[in-house]
Design a protein around this ligand. Sequence first.
Ligand SMILES: Nc1ncnc2c1ncn2[C@@H]1O[C@H](COP(=O)(O)OP(=O)(O)OP(=O)(O)O)[C@@H](O)[C@H]1O
Length: 826
Amino acid sequence: MPSPVKDQEIAAEQRYVDQAYARLEEMRAEAQALLREGYRQSLAGTKGSLVDRDAMVHQAALRAQALDIADDGLVFGRLDLAGTRPTASPRPTDPDQPTGPDRPLGPEEGAVRIENGREVRYIGRIGVRTGEHDSLVIDWRAPAAEDFYRATPEDPRGVIRRRVLHSRGHSVVDLEDDLLDPDAADGLTIVGDGAFLASLARTREGAMRDIVATIQREQDEVIRAPADGTVLVRGAPGTGKTAVALHRVAYLLFRHRRRFGSRGVLVVGPNRRFTAYIERVLPSLGEGSASLRSLGDLVPGVTATVHDTPELARLKGAETMIPVLRRAVADPAPDAPGELRVVYRGIVVALDRARLDRLRADLHRRNRGAVNGARGRVAGALLDALWQVFCDAGGRSAAEEAAQEDGSAVWGALLAAEGLGEIDAPSDRGGARPAAGSRADFDARVRGQRAFTDFLVAWWPIRRPVDVLAALGDADRLRRVAGREVERSIVAPLAASWADLPGRASYQDVALLDELDALLGPPPRPARRPADEDDPFVVDGVNILTGQEVAAEDDADPDFREVTSSIERLERARRVDDGVVEERPEYGHIVVDEAQDLSPMQWRMLGRRGRQASWTVVEDPAQSAWEDLDAARQAMEAALGGGATGRAGKARRGRKPRREEPRRTRHEYELTTNYRNSTEIAAVSARVLALALPEARPARAVRTSGIEPRIRVVPAGELAAAVRASAERLLDEVDGTIGVIVPLPDGADWTDEVRARLADGLPERVQVLDVLEAKGLEFDAAVIAAPETVAAQSPRGLRVLYVAVSRATQRLDVLTAEDAWADRLR
Ligand SMILES: Nc1ncnc2c1ncn2[C@@H]1O[C@H](COP(=O)(O)OP(=O)(O)OP(=O)(O)O)[C@@H](O)[C@H]1O
């Protein structure tokens, strides 16, 4: 119903909002001018000015981007506060200090605005100030905006009225007021009709949106929680855990830009579908700088495309894989040679397979975590072993004799014909020649032989993690390294799962690849010195000991290396050279969503990326598909504690035991209100929760739709057809997204082909996905196929079903072949 009072209020707010947009326009012009100035400086061309330009252009570009983002719905809130507060005063030194109505505003928030003797604050996506530095709009992350989210009737914090402004583009279209302190409301108009609940019922468009205007108090406490240590957030489906975690990232980057902006923030979600679903939230909050990755994208050069069967996932995710991987790394590469033969002064010196195997085992014991960087040491150890063989066979006196007779030329020719390479022709590098039969002479002549260098490269190749894992696709090899950790019966399917690497990597494989990367270690850093042309280990510009290209003169100039933008620097940190990760990025803060599903190996992978990080961990144990939660918990503690998940296998022998790492501070929060499901859908999900975890408490849903879920029984053979019919019907009933959630492939049922048939010809807003892919997502309507199959597919099947039935906001259809299941859910 039209309301003249409301219209007047909207018109008044519109005048204010127009003023804020006019100022925003000026700020954009200023940012553009700064950007132009940065580019102008770059044309000056000196090295110093390039670095200045880099910083200036980067800052100006970020600013311009933030101002663009703010263009839509710039102002969304207004507070009317009792009394007035002091105007601008020094900024608080500790950004995490408690804030409240009596805290003076900091300069970033500008001066106080007074209307009718009351302080008024407008809250928006970014801070906007007049040319005179008076506050027009306060950034939602600033301390002065906290009251907007925290004030309640029980604890109004000086707020009399909280107003939410709903806008379309630049136009205010609706208002929603909360009266928090009726006794002080003299003369204030109160309008609105439950727009918050209406906003929860809105149609979903397939991507998550920010909730900046309607963050609730318990959520705000998490968003603004201290930046150090670990923040652990629990809550049932739909309580806003993901939304809160993302807003916390924006908050942390705003309040601690220097700390987290330079060290980086990583947000990790379970799979690609999920990261695609949430990827617009941070940019819409003006934050493009956090890295968003799924668990399948954390290792450069590999992308997970498949989920393992529950049985394989359990095995691959457990820490019992570590000794298996260690043995795989120590196992010779598939085409490693079995014998080394060199010639020294006409005498053949050889190492046989048994001796080489012992040497290899010893080298791996000594070089854990640095296998790829060990070629120099390997060359030394081979020379030691050859020398030993040579001496044991009485070679020294024979060599001296041979030197006198100088018969080696004949031998050399003979052996060269046998393919032993450029036999020990002395390399004429000037200086005094070592005496024949001395160790120095032996080393110099053997090292220079092609037979030796070729052997070294083939016997101790620089290995990529993916090569080591792919080699285990051979069941015989896997059986050899499997030990007691892998049951015989599972060796064949396990090997088969790696047979198509790197093409078909699974989500769990990615953590194994990261573990292998830690075991192999990086290849040595590129040489700083320019190439020494006489170095026998440099062949065609590549040092065969290290596998690295040797730096050319120009590359070695450090001044030129600095001329890069921040983005290039970041990229360089992740550079991949033929699949060998040079540097694994580490982050200042890591956000882990759906953390209940991480395997111990995945926790180790994350731990390596956050050894100095603070963390936000978001989870719902009741939704966990992981069987051995205790093991995952321990791995999580090790990752969050910093110490225990360092480079795998780093030898600690011979060192003093390290003192216990100081425990990081931990703040725990629980979110209790379900903003996603209608009360009717929440009731079905509460029934599944009661089956899965009788002691757990469901969250409180706040929105009643009046639409009951449809739970139907159909014959097993007709399930797929009934699911399709249900999806078609829902297309007429809802405007937004429809999730068709099916069990994991089960014999001939629910295979990729069945799924393709279910989706065939339907519009894009219908998505067919399996129960694991559905995690974290939401739809306006959901069809759940065969709950009995989902529940029976794994030991944690009931929890998986709980996830599936809690995805829908408006309508839920469940199709089962069993009466008993219909009874359970109704
Ligand atoms: N304060 C809020 N205002 C408006 N919408 C909200 C609010 N909090 C949460 N929502 C909405 O509720 C829905 C559920 O939020 P979210 O996906 O973050 O929940 P979750 O706890 O991560 O769920 P799950 O455990 O199922 O992954 C989203 O659509 C989100 O935008």
